[in-house]
Design a protein around this ligand. Structure first.
Ligand SMILES: Cc1cc2nc3c(=O)[nH]c(=O)nc-3n(C[C@H](O)[C@H](O)[C@H](O)COP(=O)(O)OP(=O)(O)OC[C@H]3O[C@@H](n4cnc5c(N)ncnc54)[C@H](O)[C@@H]3O)c2cc1C
Ligand code: FES
Length: 271
């Protein structure tokens, strides 16, 4: 299906912390077409700086009182020009938004369990994935790591879906002190070989590489959502390439905006 390009009205902007916010956009057609793990290309400002759109995962599909899709939200982390603009948008403003784009997560069915591994803003694609998994009756755990307690968001949302939470913070202010791959590794080591599990990961590249390696060590499949710099989101600019192993022991590059962002973790050539 072709992506939809709209000038979407901002319906709310909820600050979560000095760096994070959630922007809701009225974009019913994009909302109706989105699968978990897909993204949109957003131009946060109206001028020429920044010139290019930026990629953002669809965080939530927003619905009206009858359950019809009415919009999407974006979990935004301020790191540069566009994300700073997105932090300050006001309701009523219009934002150019193209999507849904990219290859989504492949959801599993029982008896396979789902373990989602999120680092920081890498939480974004897991709200819709957790809802989809819940509707299929899949038992899910969210391994969620952040820098500090104040940067752990939407935990009640996941709990309300029946998702078990395993938390870590780098400063030890909530959950286990350290990185999220440590409890994931322990959980994998103690899981019986006959109990199937699919691992889904999104976050900083180092966390994705560690998660993919840990999953491979324990013989478990792993779908990772990579975050490369994306100039177009449509396969035209090659700014987003990822090296992947091929069957002959070599490697080739794929454009993560169209072959991904969700890719098999064991096939990526991690640098
Ligand atoms: C598929 C996909 C989904 C994403 N989903 C989200 C999301 O849901 N929420 C969110 O806040 N962000 C998300 N991102 C990251 C987001 O696109 C970048 O933070 C954004 O492009 C930065 O734009 P900027 O203008 O604010 O920063 P810029 O001024 O362009 O850059 C600031 C600094 O960040 C670096 N940078 C820019 N983009 C990236 C990147 N993708 N990875 C690592 N470093 C980068 C630049 O090299 C520069 O050093 C996603 C990225 C991808 C590829
Ligand atoms: S972002 Fe342009 S080819 Fe992928």
């Amino acid at each position: 299906m072709s992506p939809i390009d709209v000038a979407a009205e901002v319906t709310s902007n909820q600050p979560l912390s000095p760096d994070y916010n959630v922007v809701a956009l009225a974009a019913p057609a994009i909302a109706a077409a989105t699968a978990p793990g897909q993204f949109v290309m957003i131009k946060a400002g109206t001028g020429h700086d920044p010139l290019l759109r930026r990629p953002f995962s669809v965080f939530e599909v927003l619905r009206d009182s009858r359950g019809a899709p009415k919009g999407i939200s974006i979990l935004n982390k301020r790191i540069g020009a566009s994300t700073a603009l997105l932090y300050t948008v006001r309701p009523g403003q219009r934002i150019v938004c193209l999507g849904p784009l990219g290859r989504p997560f492949t959801p599993v069915d029982p008896p396979i369990d789902a373990w989602m591994v999120a680092g920081g803003v890498g939480l974004a694609p897991f709200a819709t994935l957790a809802q989809t998994l819940g509707a299929r009756g899949v038992r899910s755990i969210l391994f969620y790591g952040a820098r500090r307690a104040e940067e752990l968001f939407y935990m009640d949302f996941f709990r309300s879906l029946g998702v078990e939470l395993v938390l870590t913070t780098e400063d030890g202010t909530a959950g286990e002190h350290g990185r999220i791959v440590a409890p994931l590794e322990r959980a994998l080591a103690s899981r019986p070989a006959g109990a199937p599990v699919m691992i889904y990961a999104c976050g900083p590249e180092g966390m994705l590489a560690a998660t993919a390696r840990t999953a491979a060590t324990h013989g478990r499949p792993c779908q990772v959502s990579v975050e490369r710099i994306m100039g177009c989101g449509l396969g035209g600019c090659y700014s987003c390439v990822v090296p992947m192993r091929d069957e002959r022991g070599g490697f080739h590059h794929v454009r993560s905006c169209i072959a991904g962002p969700v890719l098999p973790g064991d096939q990526i050539l991690w640098e």
